[in-house]
Ligand binder design. Structure first.
Ligand code: FAD
Ligand code: NAI
Length: 327
């Protein structure tokens, strides 16, 4: 039997690739530096319940992704979220309804990758620092100095700046990944025992420090007792305030939220801030995935396509396709 395929990253891209490879009869082994799967689709467990701090919802436009989402819906892993949508522009908050279906994991965003993990072989809290090739096989080195392998092929499914370092054995791939800057996003969650008196459930914000706010509580399947909200700062603000202490970030974004939401915002009963250093690629790309078939090393992730959940999933699928093509 040939050596398994290593996948670094258990976000939606890595798991999409893992599924496609397993469906084709390949043995895969996954690694992630986090405590669990999901990456930027993870949900933070807190005393106010599970909070979707990264991806808020996703849309499905590609037929292949639409089919996958339909299956996830049948399994109960996702449900449609139809929030009362608003926008904030020129100092005005106004309703902004549309017909776009939007999907969320149930009962939390992380449910999707948890379900996709199934019984895959995975090692968590394992930060891979080096990917190197011996005579015949690949090996991975982690930050504790441990070596993992041998592997027949390696698929790197991390954000671009982290992928660049792991792709050092394939300089062309490393250079492509290094050429993709990713922007940060500060996220803040607020929870109120007494619900806010507003009809807003989601809002695209076009000025000031915020870019998005959502009632986490309004998503299907959430049963937390508190009225929970997630605020995302705009990329520019996040970059300018990248090293601001979390308490100050909460204060700033809570203030901006109170100014635009149009109702009294009392002091939250719970608040937390999370900094996503590599939240989104600055622009969309058309790589699909990166491949060096001769060496047997591949890369995928949202940064290879649209910078969205759908793009990440499609990129994982494309990486798997290119790998299988050269077996
Ligand atoms: P990731 O989810 O980042 O997964 C990469 C994984 O690799 C992580 O689990 C990480 O721990 C692991 N990893 C990294 N380095 C190493 C290493 N050295 N060793 C081991 N493991 C490693 N998209 C939408 O479609 N809709 C939205 O509303 C939306 N909102 C967003 C809001 C925010 C704040 C953020 C941050 C993102 C948002 N996105 C949204 C984007 C979406 O979350 C991403 O496009 C998608 O989740 C990326 O998936 P991925 O698998 O490519 O990468
Ligand atoms: P989408 O179609 O809902 O939104 C795309 C964009 O269209 C929105 O950002 C918004 O500007 C605009 N828009 C859509 N519906 C609107 C409405 N009813 N009223 C006013 N404006 C509206 O979803 P899609 O294309 O799947 O994009 C995913 C979302 O994820 C986007 O909002 C994007 O900004 C966000 N995202 C955020 C990241 C972050 O780091 N904060 C990273 C990656 C994606």
């Amino acid at each position: 039997m040939s050596a398994p395929i290593a996948i670094i990253g258990t976000g939606i891209a890595g798991l999409s690739a893992a599924h496609a490879l397993r469906d084709a009869g390949q043995v895969v082994q996954l690694f992630d530096k986090g405590h669990g799967s999901g990456g930027r689709m993870a949900s933070k467990r807190s005393e106010a319940g599970a909070l979707d701090l990264g991806a808020q919802y996703f849309t499905a436009r590609d037929r292949r992704f639409l089919d996958a989402v339909q299956k996830w819906r049948e399994h109960g892993w996702v449900a449609e979220w139809d929030p009362a949508l608003y926008q904030y522009r020129d100092g005005e908050l106004s309703p902004s309804p549309d017909e776009q279906p939007r999907w969320v994991g149930t009962p939390r965003m992380s449910a999707i990758t948890r379900a996709l993990l199934q019984d895959q072989v995975v090692t968590f809290t394992c930060r891979i620092t080096e990917v190197f090739r011996g005579e015949e096989h690949w090996h991975l080195q982690d930050s504790e100095g441990q070596t993992h392998g041998p592997f027949s092929r390696v698929l790197v499914a991390t954000p671009a700046p982290q992928a660049a370092a792991l792709l050092a054995s394939a300089p062309k791939l490393a250079a492509a990944a290094a050429s993709i800057p990713m922007e940060p996003t500060w996220a803040v969650a607020l929870a109120f025992r007494e619900p806010l008196d507003t009809p807003v459930q989601g809002c695209f914000v076009h000025e000031g420090p915020l870019s998005w706010l959502a009632s986490n509580h309004s998503k299907p399947g959430r049963d937390e007792q508190l009225d929970t909200w997630v605020l995302h700062a705009a990329s520019g603000w996040s970059k300018q305030h990248i090293d601001l202490p979390k308490d100050s970030v909460i204060e700033h974004l809570r203030g901006a939220f109170a100014e635009l939401i149009g109702c009294a915002v009392h002091a939250p009963d719970f608040a937390l801030a999370h900094r996503w250093l590599y939240a989104r690629p600055m622009e969309a790309h058309q790589f699909g995935a990166l491949a060096d078939a001769d060496l047997g090393i591949y890369a995928c992730g949202d940064w290879c396509l649209s910078g969205r959940v759908e793009g990440a999933w499609l990129s994982g699928l494309e990486a798997a396709r290119r790998l299988l093509e050269h077996l």
